[in-house]
Design a binder for this molecule. Structure first.
Ligand code: HEM
Length: 373
């Protein structure tokens, strides 16, 4: 150890002579130098070593001081580059990118997986229903309603009969909103509807942000969402007001492969399919292949399957196979799940963008990675 130290000091003396010119040093530095020298002698060299052998360690001290100054200067440069004449662009507000929205998607997907003690094991269906009811208020004539605004947060709209039970979905998303306060509720609700579809093994639904939250004065009047007790005329009036074709109306209805009716919400009861947390074309298959009869009960008029009496159809669902314009689409989707997924994805994309004043074009939509990718 002593010999290693000696050779290091020798190198220092030959390579950094200026560090040794310490005779003119200030008195302030004299004390630390002395102390250092004593410690150096005590700790590392035997008392027998002479000043000549040890060299003058003041050079080390200056070296260390130099390094500290350089490091400090560099740190200051990194923190405040403008002090060094570097042009600094002013920091604007946080502009979220695709990666940031994907993080929100991932958080919703994780919460969907973790909170599996709800209904049939997933909040997915009710999240999709929230996104649909936020969008389905659109009126193409007046340009009012739609997924911009998230006005269902407020009592007049939140209390509309059609929105009963959607508080469960809005509450579920509160912790996500806290985690990502920069996202608007209206973008969050739609993104979560997309996440629900994809995580329930449905098709990819492209997304673009741009919705902003609006105040209570933008709440839509009651009656814009469909009434399940009605017929095909009503379906066409409601979805026609949003600008949809017959084919799109049937494609969108395929969402009823998911979830269930609740007596304490709509008054109706039961699921449409045997796999209410996986999106398939089973809704169409069951509509065509099963025998349906009126359910005998005290609740609102609904159908049940004759065979198991465990599935249900609403009067509006049944209208899709009664109506000559709708039925061919039901048959097409029942035959081919890929065709259903393609049309469903397109119609849902349109639905979720109703009433939004986007500043980006349709080809700037993003597709989120699902947990299956
Ligand atoms: C004529 C059109 C429609 C009518 C009359 C209708 C009616 C209903 C009713 C009465 C419920 C039961 C609510 C409850 O008791 O919790 C329901 C649930 C549901 N609806 Fe629709 N709906 C229609 C269209 C749509 C569309 C277009 C979508 C999505 C694209 C959709 C997605 C859902 C989902 C996912 C559920 C299950 C919610 C849950 O499990 O909590 N519906 N719908």
């Amino acid at each position: 150890m002593a010999s290693a130290t000696r050779s290091f000091m020798r190198t220092l003396r030959t390579t950094a002579p200026t560090f040794r010119t310490t005779r003119t040093r200030s008195a302030r530095l004299a004390v630390p130098q002395q102390t250092f020298r004593q410690q150096f002698r005590r700790g590392y060299a035997s008392g027998k070593q002479t000043e000549e052998e040890v060299g003058n360690p003041t050079g080390l001290l200056w070296g260390a001081l130099g390094l500290v100054t350089i490091a400090g200067g560099y740190g200051l440069y990194l923190k405040k580059p403008e002090l060094f004449g570097k042009e600094v662009k002013p920091k604007g507000p946080f502009v979220p990118k695709f990666e940031d929205y994907q993080k929100v998607y991932d958080a919703v997907a994780k919460a969907l997986e973790e909170k599996d003690d709800y209904d049939d094991g997933s909040y997915g269906p009710v999240l999709l229903r929230l996104a649909w009811h936020a969008s389905g208020t659109y009126d193409k004539e007046t340009g009012t309603g739609g997924s911009n605004g998230a006005t269902m947060r407020f009592a007049p709209e939140g209390d509309h009969g059609a929105n009963a039970g959607l508080k469960a979905a809005r509450d579920f998303l509160e912790s996500i909103k806290e985690q990502f306060p920069w996202i608007s509720y209206s973008d969050l609700w739609i993104l979560s509807g997309i996440c629900a579809i994809q995580e329930m093994q449905g098709p990819k639904i492209p997304f673009r942000p741009g919705r902003s939250d609006r105040d209570v004065s933008f709440c839509t009047p009651d009656g814009r969402l469909p009434d399940a007790s009605k017929d095909q005329k009503h379906i066409r009036a409601i979805f026609g007001r949003m600008g949809f074709s017959d084919r799109e109306m049937v494609a969108l209805s395929g969402a009823h492969a998911l979830g269930r009716c609740h007596t304490d919400r709509s008054g109706y009861d039961g699921p449409w399919t045997f796999s209410p947390t996986t999106l398939t074309n089973d809704y169409y298959k069951l509509l065509l292949e099963e025998k349906w009869s009126w359910k005998k009960w005290n609740g609102p008029k609904q159908f049940e399957d004759v065979k198991t009496k465990s599935l249900m159809m609403l009067p509006t669902d049944m209208a899709l196979i009664k109506d000559k314009g709708f039925r061919p689409h039901v048959e097409r989707y029942a035959k081919d799940n890929d065709v259903f997924f393609k049309d469903f994805a397109e119609a849902v994309t349109t639905l979720f963008e109703l009433g939004v004043p986007f500043t980006t074009s349709e080809d700037q939509r993003w597709t989120f990675k699902s947990s299956f990718d």
